[in-house]
Design a protein around this ligand. Structure first.
Ligand code: AHR
Length: 493
C-alpha cells in the first residue's frame, strides 16, 4: 500500500510541431482568449485533468535560450530550432506558459538546458522565475508583468542527454558532473525545489543501467528524481504482443529502482531516489523521417501527429495501471505530449479540437484515482509474449480514498476473444458497500479511431454487468476492454 502522488498524472508541452502553436496557443482562433489561448483546448485539458505539465521540451530544450521567450513580443528573436528543424518565433515563452498553466489549474514542471548551456543559465533562469525581487533578473520578471515569483517547484536537469540525437549530447561522466553542479546552484537560489536528473532515454539504449549508475554516482546527494522515458511500439503488429508492453514497463521501473538503490547502498545512504516517468506514450505510426522534420525550416509544421486507435488506448490503460502499482517509487509521470504531437487532444488550425482514443483512460485515472494504492493479489490466467514470459490477461490497480470511502478498481482485460468475470473481495474496506459508477472503454474494432468528423467513435460507456454481492464485487469485462469500477462504503470499520 502506498500513497498515490497525483503528479503521476502529468503531461508534456514541447515547442515541437503544433503542440504550442495552433495547439494550446492560436491567436485569431474563434475560441482564443485575449492572450491567444485556445479555450476549446483549455476545456479539454481540464477534462483530461493532468496535475503537472513538463515544459518547454524535450529535445527542443537542449538548444533553447529562455531569454528569447520573455519580454516584449515584438523584440523576441526568430530562431532556428535544431531539434526539429523548424523556425521558433518565440511568441510563446515562460510567462505565457505560466499564465496558461494557471488558467488550466496545473502545476508546471520546467526543464533547464544542459545541451548548449549549463549551470550558469540554470541559475539565472531560476532566479528570473522564483526569486521574489530586488535583483536584476527577478526585477526583469516584474518588469515583464509578473510581480509575484512563479514559484516553480519541479525542475528537470536537461533532457535525454545520452541520446546521439540530442543537441550537445554528453557522456554519463560529463552529464553527471554537470547535473551535480547545476543542481547545487539551482538549490542555492531556491532550496525548496525538487530536481530530476536524466536517466536513459529508453531502456533499449546500449548504456541503459550503466548510465543511471554513473550519473547518480555524481549527483545522488543533490537530486530527488531520475527520469525514465518510453514510447511503446507495435513492432510485430500483434495486439497481444503490443499489450505486453505495460509489463515490460513494470520491469523497467523495477530495474531503475534497483540501480538507484544500489547507488544508495554504495553510498551507505538511506535516501531513496524517486522516479519521474516524464515521457511515456504509444508512438510508432508517425515516426518516419518525414514525420520528424519538414524541409524549409517551417513554423509549427505537422510533426508526429499520431492518430491513436482503440488498442493504443488499451495499452495506455495498462501503463497507467503499471505506474499506479509502482506508486511507492514513481511519483511523477508525463504522458507525452498534450496536443497534436503524439497527443490525447487533436486540433485543426482555425477548426475544432477533439479527444483521441487515449484521452479516455488517462481522464479516468485523473478523475478517479485519489488516495492510496492497495496491493492487489490477482489470480488470472496468463499468456507468453516475446518480450515477457508471463502476461496476465487481467491487469488491475486498486486505489482507495479514505476521505471519501471510495475504492476504485482499474481493470484491463487483455483477452481479445473472451469475456472475463472478475470477483473482487472487498473485505476490510467498510460495510454496506454500494456501486457508485462502472465505466468501460470498448470497441469491436481494435483499430477504431476518433477523428475530426467522428470524434466519439471510441468513447466510454456504462458497464451494466457489475454488481456487489455482499463483500464481493462481481463484474463481467468485455474482451479487450478498459474498465473503471467505483464503489463506496456505507460505513468505515
Ligand atoms: O516527445 C517527443 C520527443 O521524444 C522528445 O522531444 C524527446 O525527449 C523524446 O525523444
Amino acid at each position: 500500500m502506498s500513497d498515490l502522488d497525483r503528479r503521476l498524472f502529468g503531461t508534456f508541452v514541447e515547442h515541437m510541431g503544433r503542440c504550442v502553436y495552433t495547439g494550446i496557443f492560436e491567436p485569431g482562433h474563434p475560441s482564443a482568449d485575449e492572450r491567444g489561448f485556445r479555450r476549446d483546448v483549455m476545456e479539454l485539458t481540464r477534462e483530461l485533468g493532468p496535475t503537472i505539465i513538463r515544459y518547454p521540451g524535450g529535445n527542443f530544450l537542449s538548444g533553447y535560450n529562455w531569454e528569447d521567450g520573455v519580454g516584449p513580443k515584438s523584440q523576441r528573436p526568430r530562431r532556428l530550432d535544431l531539434a526539429w528543424y523548424s523556425t521558433e518565433t518565440n511568441q510563446f515563452g515562460t510567462n505565457e506558459f505560466m499564465e496558461w498553466s494557471r488558467a488550466v489549474g496545473v502545476e508546471p514542471m520546467f526543464g533547464v538546458n544542459l545541451g548548449t548551456r549549463g549551470p550558469d543559465e540554470a541559475r539565472r533562469f531560476i532566479e528570473y522565475c522564483n526569486h521574489p525581487s530586488g535583483t536584476q533578473l527577478s526585477d526583469l520578471r516584474r518588469l515583464h508583468g509578473h510581480e509575484k515569483p512563479h514559484d516553480i517547484k519541479f525542475w528537470c536537469i536537461g533532457n535525454e542527454m545520452d541520446g546521439p540525437w540530442q543537441i550537445c549530447r554528453k557522456t554519463a561522466e560529463e552529464y553527471g558532473r554537470a547535473a551535480l553542479e547545476t543542481a547545487k546552484v539551482m538549490r542555492s537560489v531556491d532550496p525548496t525545489i525538487q530536481l530530476a536528473a536524466c536517466g536513459s532515454s529508453t531502456h533499449d539504449m546500449p548504456t541503459y543501467g550503466v548510465w543511471e549508475d554513473a550519473v547518480l554516482e555524481h549527483c545522488f546527494d543533490q537530486v530527488d528524481f531520475i527520469s525514465l522515458h518510453t514510447y511503446f511500439e507495435n513492432k510485430l503488429d500483434s495486439t497481444e504482443e503490443f499489450l505486453a508492453n505495460s509489463e515490460v514497463m513494470d520491469l523497467f521501473i523495477k530495474e531503475i529502482v534497483a540501480v538507484a538503490d544500489s547507488v544508495a547502498a554504495r553510498k551507505h545512504s538511506a535516501k531513496r531516489i524517486m522516479l519521474s516517468f516524464d515521457e511515456w506514450n504509444v508512438w510508432y505510426k508517425a515516426r518516419s523521417i518525414d514525420d520528424l522534420r519538414k524541409p524549409g525550416w517551417p513554423e509549427a509544421p505537422r510533426l508526429i501527429e499520431e492518430v491513436y486507435n482503440f488498442e493504443d488506448a488499451l495499452l495506455n490503460g495498462g501503463a497507467l495501471i503499471t505506474m499506479m502499482n509502482n506508486a511507492d517509487r514513481v511519483k511523477t509521470a508525463c504522458i507525452a505530449q498534450l496536443v497534436n504531437v503524439i497527443g490525447p487532444i487533436m486540433t485543426e488550425p482555425g477548426g475544432p479540437a477533439w479527444r483521441q482514443t487515449i484521452f479516455h483512460p488517462f481522464a479516468h485515472a485523473t478523475r478517479f484515482a485519489h488516495g492510496r494504492v492497495l496491493r492487489p493479489v490477482i489470480e488470472s490466467p496468463s499468456y507468453t509474449a516475446k518480450t515477457h514470459p508471463e502476461v496476465p490477461y487481467l491487469a488491475a490497480s486498486v486505489v482507495d480514498d479514505e476521505s471519501t470511502g471510495q475504492t476504485v478498481v482499474f481493470a484491463l482485460n487483455r483477452h481479445l476473444s473472451e469475456e472475463m468475470e472478475i470477483r473482487i473481495e472487498l473485505r476490510g474496506l467498510g460495510q454496506d458497500r454500494r456501486l457508485v459508477e462502472s465505466l468501460e472503454l470498448h470497441h469491436a474494432n481494435l483499430k477504431a479511431t476518433n477523428t475530426k468528423d467522428a470524434p466519439n467513435t471510441v468513447s466510454p460507456r456504462t458497464n451494466p454487468d457489475v454488481r456487489i454481492d455482499g463483500e464481493t464485487l462481481v463484474a463481467r469485462l468485455k474482451p479487450g476492454s478498459w474498465n473503471v469500477i467505483v464503489s463506496a462504503a456505507g460505513e468505515r470499520r
